[in-house]
Design a protein around this ligand. Structure first.
Ligand SMILES: NC(=O)c1ccc[n+]([C@@H]2O[C@H](COP(=O)([O-])OP(=O)(O)OC[C@H]3O[C@@H](n4cnc5c(N)ncnc54)[C@H](O)[C@@H]3O)[C@@H](O)[C@H]2O)c1
Length: 443
C-alpha cells in the first residue's frame, strides 16, 4: 500500500521503517529539513536499536522515502498517518497544534479518497477536530472528497521499538466504518501472524485506550514506590515484597520496580492530559492525581536524601552521576528523573560528572552548557575524585561494575542508587555506604 507517515520522530520513523520492511511504499514526512536531509543519507537522528538497519535497507530498496513535502506525500498515498508530537500544554492538556496543522495541510492537498490515521497519542474527541479541520480546508477550496479518520494508537516502547512494532501484543483500531476496518486489518495482517489480536472499536474508545494503558502502567510504578516508602518506615524489604506480590499472575512482575519514578515523553504528559480530560468534564481523577504526586515526590525525596547526607553542604562537591536517559535503551531524556536530580543538585552548588551510554548529547542539549556539569568518556572516568555516585538509570552496563576499581577512583565510597541495582548486604561487605529506594530510615 502507499502510505504517508507525517512526523519522523521515535514513533513516525519506526512506523515508516516497519511498514516499508513489510513491502509497503512509504513516504516519511517531517517539517525539520535538517532531519530529513540526514535521513535521506541513512543518518538516524535518535538512538533506537535496529532502526538504522531497517532505514538503510528500505531506502536502498526504494520502499522508503524521506521528504519535507507533505503536499505530494498526501497526494500520492492512500493512508496518511499523523505521528507528530503532542506535548503537554500549560494547563496539562495535550497540545494539538501540530496534529491540527497537519490535518489542515491534508485538507489543502486532498485529491481523492484517503484514510487519515491518528498515530500520535491524542485525547478523546481529537478525531472530530481532525475531521473538522480537513472539512474546513476542503470547503475553502470549494471541493468535495471523501475521507475517513481512524484512531490507531501506538504502544511501542523506546529501546525496543522495532520489535514492539513488528511483533505487537495487540493493534487497536478505532473507526466508524467497516470498510476502513478491513483496510486497516489488511495493512496490519503481516504483523499479527502469531495471532495477536487486531482490536476494532469505535474511535473514542481507541483514543482513550492509549491513555488508559499508560495511566495503568504509571500507577503501577507509583504503587510500588509507595510500598517502598512504607518499607522504609517499617523495615520491610521492598525487594522481597516485590517478588512476593509479583508472583501472583494477577499482579505480575513487570513494571514493579521501585525507583525514581516514571519519566519520558509519554507517561508524565499522558497522565496530565488524562487528568485534564477528566477534570474538564467535572470528574476529579483522585487515583491518577495521587500517582502523579507520588511520582514527583520520589525525585524530591531522593534529592533530600543526598542533601541530608551532606548536611546541606553541597557547594563545590564533586558528584558522579550514572544514567541520564529516562530509562535504559534510549537516548531520550525528556522528563527524565536524572535531569530533575541534576538540576536540583546544581542549584545547591554541586559539580556533576555525568556518564550515560547513549544520552550525553541529548542531556547536554536539555541542560544547556552548564559549567557545573561535565560529561565523562566512561562510567569509571565519571567517578574520579567524586564524593558520591548517584545512579538514575538502570543501564545493564551499570549492573556488574568493578567495585574495587570504583572505590579506588572515588574520594568516598558512597552510592545513592535510585534504581536499586545492587545487593545492600554485598555493598556493605565491599565497604560502600549504600543508599537505595525503600531502605529503612534511621532513627
Ligand atoms: N516516544 C514514544 O515512545 C511514544 C510511544 C507511543 C506513542 N507516542 C506518541 O506519538 C507521538 C509522537 O511522539 P514521538 O516521541 O515520536 O515525538 P518526536 O518529538 O520524537 O517526533 C515528532 C516529529 O514530528 C515532527 N513534526 C512536528 N510538527 C510537524 C509538522 N507540522 N509537520 C511535519 N512534521 C512535524 C517533528 O519535527 C518531529 O520530528 C506523540 O503523540 C507521543 O505521545 C510516543
Amino acid at each position: 500500500m502507499k502510505l504517508a507517515i507525517v512526523g519522523a520522530g521515535y514513533v513516525g520513523l519506526v512506523t515508516a521503517a516497519c511498514f516499508a520492511e513489510m513491502g509497503n511504499e512509504v513516504m516519511c514526512v517531517d517539517a525539520d529539513g535538517a532531519k530529513i536531509d540526514g535521513l535521506k543519507q541513512g543518518r538516524i537522528p535518535i538512538y533506537e536499536p535496529g532502526l538504522e538497519d531497517f532505514v538503510r535497507r528500505n531506502l536502498a530498496e526504494k520502499r522508503l522515502y524521506f521528504t519535507t513535502d507533505l503536499a505530494s506525500a498526501v497526494q500520492k498515498s492512500l493512508i496518511i498517518f499523523i505521528a507528530v508530537g503532542t506535548p503537554q500544554d500549560r494547563d496539562g492538556s495535550a497540545d494539538l497544534s501540530a496534529v491540527l496543522a497537519v490535518a489542515r495541510e491534508i485538507g489543502r492537498n486532498l485529491n481523492g479518497y484517503k484514510v487519515v490515521v491518528e498515530k500520535s497519542t491524542v485525547p478523546v474527541g481529537t478525531a472530530q477536530l481532525v475531521r473538522q479541520a480537513i472539512t474546513e480546508e476542503l470547503q475553502a477550496r470549494g471541493v468535495e472528497y471523501e475521507f475517513d479518520v481512524v484512531s490507531n494508537p501506538e504502544f511501542l516502547k523506546e529501546g525496543t521499538a522495532i520489535d514492539d512494532f513488528m511483533k505487537p501484543d495487540r493493534i487497536v483500531v478505532g473507526c466508524d466504518d467497516v470498510r476502513v476496518a478491513e483496510l486497516m486489518k489488511e495493512l496490519y495482517a503481516p504483523f499479527v501472524r502469531t495471532h495477536h489480536p487486531i482490536i476494532i472499536m469505535d474511535v473514542v474508545s481507541a483514543e482513550l485506550t492509549k491513555y488508559a494503558a499508560n495511566a495503568f502502567l504509571a500507577t503501577k510504578i507509583s504503587f510500588i514506590n509507595e510500598m517502598a516508602n512504607i518499607c522504609a518506615l517499617t523495615g520491610a524489604n521492598i525487594s522481597m515484597v516485590r517478588q512476593g506480590i509479583g508472583s501472583d499472575p494477577r499482579i505480575g512482575h513487570l513494571f514493579l520496580f521501585p525507583g525514581l519514578g516514571y519519566g519520558g515523553s509519554c507517561f508524565p504528559k499522558d497522565m496530565q492530559a488524562l487528568i485534564h480530560t477528566a477534570r474538564s468534564r467535572g470528574y476529579i481523577p483522585r487515583l491518577l492525581e495521587a500517582a502523579e504526586a507520588i511520582n514527583q515526590d520520589q525525585r524530591q525525596n531522593f534529592v533530600n536524601l543526598i542533601r541530608r547526607y551532606f548536611d546541606d553542604q553541597l557547594a563545590g562537591r564533586k558528584l558522579a552521576v550514572w544514567g541520564l536517559s529516562f530509562k535504559p535503551g534510549t537516548d531520550d531524556v525528556r522528563e527524565a528523573p536524572a535531569l530533575t536530580v541534576i538540576s536540583r543538585l546544581v542549584e545547591l552548588g554541586a559539580a556533576i560528572q555525568a556518564y550515560d551510554p547513549q544520552a550525553m548529547q541529548t542531556a547536554r542539549e536539555a541542560l544547556g552548557n552548564h559549567p557545573q556539569v561535565t560529561y565523562a568518556a566512561s562510567s569509571y572516568e565519571a567517578l574520579k575524585g567524586a564524593e558520591a555516585l548517584i545512579i538514575n538509570t538502570e543501564w545493564t552496563s551499570f549492573r556488574e561494575p568493578d567495585f574495587e576499581r570504583m572505590k579506588s577512583l572515588m574520594k568516598n565510597a558512597v552510592i545513592f542508587d535510585g534504581r536499586n541495582l545492587y545487593n545492600p548486604v554485598k555493598m556493605a561487605k565491599l565497604g560502600f555506604q549504600y543508599f537505595y529506594i525503600g531502605q529503612k530510615l534511621e532513627g
